[in-house]
Design a protein around this ligand. Structure first.
Ligand code: ADP
Ligand code: MG
Length: 335
């Protein structure tokens, strides 16, 4: 990333109190460390990919950035402003600039609204455009995402899953968003449709210069689309770098395991990758009271005594490539 970052996330933390005993009585059973000290930045027109197994904290990061929830601590800066401090018009402008696309049918498209209203709503909220101007703009953005303007009169159920994601993308871009948070946005789609939507996202970014936070659980797909990628494990980043470097020279044993089981690399083969999706063996990871030291140590083939005692920090392993592992020299070429 060369330009000033558009989004800068520093030491972001989100803890949840774990469930209480029966009927809410009794003492708290601990803390769910959903996000536990995450730092990254995204430049204008850049795609940053976040990848990791289910439950590692990806959606929580999306919610914090979208201000659906407040962080426990840490800071999110957008275009030089502290997102937590935005109020009134500035907050509205932020919501206009940073738009989300979730996994279908996660439900951003109201089933009873026509596409014209689903997409137009964003323009009603954020602009003073006339109804006629909104209708024209809706047609434009539908065209932009590969749908026909006359499809604006249809309801979401009249479209395929891939088309519905195109509608969600159209809605997200209608009011000139500067960043899209794409949380598993293509994960539910069939392989060939997924490839088409990914190609669309690439074209839109090239044309509009919009930034993406692209979240997924499949390393091959994420690293294909992203310029840089961050690999998450139980609330923390264990490896961050240029996605070509991370794919060709993964250094954290967890990233190496993810790649070893997630080959081949093409997005068209993502389904094949998913079939062998148990990426690493060992107990199911839990963000509720995560393991001591390196959180990956109970499942790591290389773990030593030190790994359960001391938490490793991200250190530079190459230009624009960081990994958090005590055994880094041993991890070279282990993939
Ligand atoms: N509101 C909540 N209350 C308690 N725990 C939560 C809440 N939201 C998420 N979690 C927990 O936080 C962890 C991270 O969840 P999430 O961010 O959804 O992961 P991912 O998107 O990577 O699958 C999980 O252990 C999840 O159960
Ligand atoms: Mg998620």
């Amino acid at each position: 990333m060369t330009a000033e970052p558009l989004l800068e996330v520093t030491d972001l933390v989100r803890h949840y109190p774990a469930g209480k005993g029966l009927l809410g009585m009794g003492s708290s059973k601990g803390v769910v460390k959903a996000v536990d000290g995450v730092t990254f930045a995204i430049g204008p027109g850049e795609t940053f990919g976040l990848v990791g197994e289910s439950g590692c904290g990806k959606t929580t990061i999306a919610k914090l950035i979208l201000r659906i929830e407040p962080p426990t601590s840490g800071r999110i800066m957008f275009d030089g402003r502290d997102v937590a401090r935005l109020t009134g018009k500035e907050l509205l402008a932020y919501r206009r600039s940073v738009q989300a696309v979730f996994q279908d049918p996660f439900g951003s498209l109201s089933p009873r609204m026509r596409v014209a209203d689903i997409v137009g709503e964003i323009l009603e909220i954020h602009t003073s455009m006339t109804p006629a101007a909104i209708a024209t703009r809706v047609g434009e953005v539908l065209d932009l995402v590969g749908l026909r303007p006359d499809q604006a009169r249809l309801f979401p159920h009249e479209f395929s899953g891939g088309q519905r994601q195109r509608i969600a993308i159209a809605r997200a871009l209608a009011a000139d968003a500067r960043m899209l948070v794409l949380d598993e946005a293509v994960s539910a789609l069939d392989v060939s449709i997924r490839a088409q939507v990914i190609t669309l996202l690439e074209q839109l970014q090239a044309d509009l210069g919009v930034s993406y936070l692209y979240i997924g659980h499949d390393l091959a797909t994420v690293s294909h689309l992203a310029d840089r990628v961050g690999v998450m494990y139980l609330g923390r980043l264990c490896e961050v770098g240029d996605s070509v470097t991370v794919s060709t020279d993964p250094r954290h044993p967890y990233t190496q395991a993810l790649f070893a089981s997630a080959l081949p690399h093409l997005p068209d083969d993502a389904d094949a990758a998913r079939e062998v999706a148990v990426p690493v063996t060992g107990e199911v990871p839990s963000a509720l009271n995560p393991p001591s030291g390196c959180r990956f140590h109970p499942r790591c083939p290389l773990a030593e005594a030190r790994c359960s005692a001391e938490e490793p920090v991200l250190v530079q392993v190459d230009e624009a490539h960081h990994a958090a592992c005590h055994l880094l020299p041993l991890t070279v070429g282990r993939r």
